[in-house]
Design a protein around this ligand. Structure first.
Ligand code: NAD
Ligand code: AHE
Ligand code: ZN
Ligand code: ZN
Length: 369
């Protein structure tokens, strides 16, 4: 069949809207109608050419809200009409990672997901005979896409797909980082570096965890309002303080915060985020994704004296078994999504979504098909 898709032909180039071919489904695969897709900074990161795993041409997008159109052979638990959220980290349910409660990083199809292929090592998208790579196993910047059943979370049909698509990455990552990865306790102090879709969701998570003080940090002063609306107690613009941001945070918190989160992808900020935590017990969680060749550093002494550096992918959430509950928590008013969606646009305007992200105007843009 044919589909309309935004194709990233090359790194650093704008996306082009094309009519492309989708091949028929293979074992365990599902054909989906994409109703909506959020645009995450990771899409921009890969398009920038910085992603060591980036391959082109590809169809980006990994924050989708979709309806099942057709199920391939051996698909067991989905049927046409089901509503699903694609998962860039699948949950096969029987690899050693799925069996462990310590991680969400199912590895059953990781080698193909992160190199642009379907689990059988082939691709379903092409244009005039030229194959196009999948992206993060999702490729939601296409009106129709193909995803394995093990990478689809079946969700409550009452949930609006144009809102809950944000649970396919940004919001779940931020909330999960606080609750699953850092495990912030009531009364804790928290610093959040970078207030995009991820950092603002960390603030939501910190409120759920009953943190007593939430310090929101961004170089864009316009992010203050939304951070405070979601529950931040303080806002700091690092460009407005003299000297080091980590020293400043230690000063105003009597020695440092209990927990910090880096939600930018900047290795220098990752260091500040670790070093602004409290001696003896501070925990800093890296969420931001940094480019090829980038490395983090700090004095080993900062770890010797009891600070911990952690990281998280998709907030530690196991997609098929745990994401449906996030959707229900949105429906019950416990998770905020609506105000995170600052822009909506048709696929034809997708390049505008990247511009709005880069110039700091949007929190999340949602593409409506
Ligand atoms: P975004 O572009 O919407 O937000 C980034 C924010 O950081 C912006 O508000 C920007 O003004 C701010 N910022 C930039 N430089 C700064 C600095 N030096 N100090 C303070 N603030 C600064 O991005 P997003 O979609 O929220 O994603 C954030 C990061 O998280 C990206 O690196 C993305 O790739 C990554 N990410 C990781 C996961 C994961 O599972 N680990 C999931 C989603 C996104
Ligand atoms: N390809 C990059 C890494 C990209 C990355 O870290 N991706 C995150 C999700 S970001 C979502 O917006 C992730 O979950 N990774 C898990 C994994 O197994 O890659 C690189 O640096 O190579
Ligand atoms: Zn993402
Ligand atoms: Zn698994």
């Amino acid at each position: 069949m044919k589909t309309r898709a935004a194709v990233a032909w090359e790194a650093k180039k704008t996306l082009e809207i094309e009519e492309i071919e989708i091949e028929k489904l293979k074992e365990g695969e599902v054909l989906l109608k994409v109703v909506a897709s959020g645009v995450c900074h990771t899409d921009a990161f890969t398009l920038s050419g910085e992603d060591p795993e980036g391959v082109f041409p590809c169809i980006l997008g990994h924050e989708g809200g979709c309806i099942v159109l057709e199920c391939g052979p051996s698909v067991k638990n989905l049927k046409p009409g089901d509503h699903v959220i694609p998962l860039y980290i699948p949950e096969c349910g029987n690899c050693k990672y799925c069996e462990s409660s310590k991680t969400n990083l199912c590895q059953s199809i990781a080698s193909t997901v992160w190199t642009g292929f379907m689990p059988d090592g082939t691709r379903r998208f092409s244009k005039n005979g030229k194959s196009i790579y999948h992206y993060m196993g999702c490729s939601t910047f296409s009106e129709y896409t193909v995803i394995p059943e093990i990478a689809l979370a079946k969700i409550n049909k009452e949930a609006p797909l144009e809102k809950v698509c944000l649970l396919g990455c940004g919001v779940t990552t931020g909330i999960g980082a606080v609750l699953n990865t850092a495990k912030v306790e009531p009364g804790s102090t928290v610093a959040v570096f970078g207030l995009g879709g991820i950092g603002l969701s960390v603030i939501q998570g910190a409120i759920m965890a009953k943190a007593s003080r939430i310090i929101a940090i961004d170089v864009n002063p316009n992010k203050q309002q939304m951070a405070k609306f979601l529950g931040a107690t303080d806002f700091i613009n690092p460009l407005e303080i003299n000297g080091s941001i980590s020293e400043y945070i230690k000063e105003i918190t009597n020695g440092g915060v209990d927990y910090s989160f880096e939600c930018i992808g900047n290795i220098h900020v990752m260091r500040d985020a670790l070093e602004c935590t409290h001696l003896g017990w501070g925990v800093s969680t890296v969420i931001g994704v940094a480019g090829a060749g980038k490395e983090i550093s700090t004095r080993p002494f900062n770890l010797v004296v009891g600070r911990t550096w952690k990281g998280t992918a998709f907030g530690g959430v196991k997609g098929r078994s745990q994401l449906p509950d996030y959707v229900n928590r949105y429906l019950s008013g416990e998770i905020e999504l609506d105000s995170m969606i600052t822009h909506k646009m048709p696929l034809e305007d997708i390049n505008k979504a990247f511009e709005l992200m880069h110039n700091g105007t949007s929190i999340r843009s949602v593409i409506l098909f």
